[in-house]
Design a protein around this ligand. Structure first.
Ligand SMILES: Cc1ncc(COP(=O)(O)O)c(C=O)c1O
Length: 445
């Protein structure tokens, strides 16, 4: 390829200060970065990224739980290049090969008979659309979501999220209700698993009976909450809530934007770690491994009445994004990432549990596969969230070449959601860096 025809301003090298100056002048302040002195990432290889000075970082967060196949997988790059040279866009007014091929592949990996796909551009859009479809199908406005959930930032997705950001005075739109999630470390009912009789799950019946017309359109839930702080309820939570949802005629929507595509190990979908078969699965993030794409999978009977007058998308289903997603699915299959996520995830979790024994800063270790969380507390008994200490840990990790994610309503949970390309050596180095960061921060508490 002749690089010289690529716009010169893209090819030239910048310092992070120069880029920051452009950003401050021309990008709205709502777009913020991790760290006071943000990293300018210019490239990546496998599970590593590189900054403008050539410093390498192990990326335990895949951007934001997105670069599932790593930064330079040859099949992913070749597919994008090949598709770009053939057809990037034509709209869904016409048939294209990648959309059809992708929908067929999704049907092969979907649970049970979720054989139809609608391809959009993001997770928020996927959730908005799935909820619209459910409301229309059930002719009912009520949606129940979980406390600490995150489903996106478009209007309805934002309203059904409670993982933080209620920053402006707003009243909830009609029809949105909340029920507790299974957050055992901070149980809403002050109970302890497994003697709790799953009160969090059973409470859904109370919500529906007292706050709806005793019927709902849908219950939407993350199999493991990501932004909410890698919170994983026991599998019974999903079985019990599923039964209640069915008792009141609703659709069970699993938001697999973070848990999908093998991240939880051994299975394609996080909800499959319980024995629930959902009615809808919403997807994004790892789906395109960085190329914007989202969507949902559902049964033909639910999709039948959801028509062109209800929905349309200009970019959704475009050939380039669909081809990228086809490559992602094949890479996951060929590289056997499902079993790798289970095996390496179990090794990492075991090492984290050992770290917990050595560090008073570590309150809880949780999650499954390559979706793990470390909740930091200032005191093991009071469980006071270690919010400030979390920022210190992040900074030390950064200095030592490790990027981690932050989550939880108090910003005190380390999120480990690496590319599935992560190696055993990188894992060991990452654990050492975390260990020394905890030691250093603990000295200041
Ligand atoms: C579980 C979940 N659902 C939906 C979304 C929204 O996705 P997007 O940012 O692509 O709109 C996110 C984003 O973090 C998410 O974590």
């Amino acid at each position: 390829m002749d690089d010289t025809i690529v716009p010169k301003d893209l090819r030239k090298s910048y310092t992070s200060k120069e880029i920051l100056a452009i950003e401050q002048k021309h990008i709205i302040p709502a777009v913020t970065h991790y760290f006071e002195d943000p990293i300018l990432i210019v490239g990546g290889k496998g599970a590593m990224v590189e900054d403008d000075l050539g410093k390498q970082y192990i990326d335990l967060f895949s951007g934001i739980c997105t670069k599932i196949t790593g930064y330079n997988h040859p099949k992913f790059l070749a597919t994008l290049k090949w598709q770009a040279e053939h057809l990037i866009y034509s709209s869904t007014l016409y048939s294209t090969i990648p959309y059809a091929v992708l929908s067929q592949k999704l049907a092969q990996i979907a649970p049970s008979d979720l054989s139809q796909a609608f391809i959009l551009n993001s997770g928020s859009e996927a959730n908005e659309s799935a909820l619209f479809m459910a409301r229309k199908y059930r002719n009912n406005p009520y949606i129940v979501a979980c406390t600490h959930a995150y489903h996106g930032r478009t209007q309805l997705a934002r309203e059904i999220s409670s993982a933080g950001w209620r920053t402006v005075p707003e009243s909830h739109p009609p029809g949105v209700r909340f029920t507790p999630y299974g957050y055992c470390y901070r149980c809403s009912f002050g109970k302890e698993y497994p003697d709790c009789d799953y009160e969090c799950a059973r409470y859904l019946r109370e919500v529906i009976r007292t706050q709806t017309n005793k019927a709902i359109a849908a219950f939407i839930v993350e199999p493991i909450q990501g932004v909410g702080g890698i919170v994983q309820p026991p599998p019974e939570f999903f079985r019990i809530t599923y039964e209640i949802v069915k008792e009141f005629g609703g659709l069970f929507i699993a938001d697999e934007v973070q848990t999908g595509f093998g991240r939880t190990g051994d299975r394609w979908w996080g909800i499959q770690q319980s024995d629930v078969i959902p009615d809808v699965i919403t997807i994004a993030k790892g789906f395109g491994s960085g190329i914007p794409i989202g969507g949902f999978l559902t049964r033909p009977e639910y999709a039948a009445e959801y028509t062109t007058t209800d929905t349309f998308t200009t970019f959704g289903g475009n050939p380039l994004s669909c081809a990228a997603a086809v490559a992602v699915i094949e890479i996951i299959q060929e590289e056997q990432y499902l079993s790798k996520a289970a095996k390496l995830g179990a090794i990492i979790k075991k090492q984290l549990i050992t770290l917990k024994a050595d560090h008073k800063l570590v309150g809880d270790i949780r999650g499954q596969g390559m979706m793990l969380g470390i909740e930091l507390v200032r005191d093991q008994i009071t469980k006071e969230p270690a919010t400030r200490e979390m920022l210190q840990v992040m900074e030390i990790c950064k200095q030592n070449g490790l990027l981690i994610g932050k989550g939880g309503i108090d910003g005190n949970v380390i999120r480990i959601q690496p590319p599935l390309e992560l190696t055993q050596d990188q894992t060991e180095r990452a654990i050492q860096i975390l260990d020394s960061a905890f030691t250093e921060v603990e000295q200041k508490i």
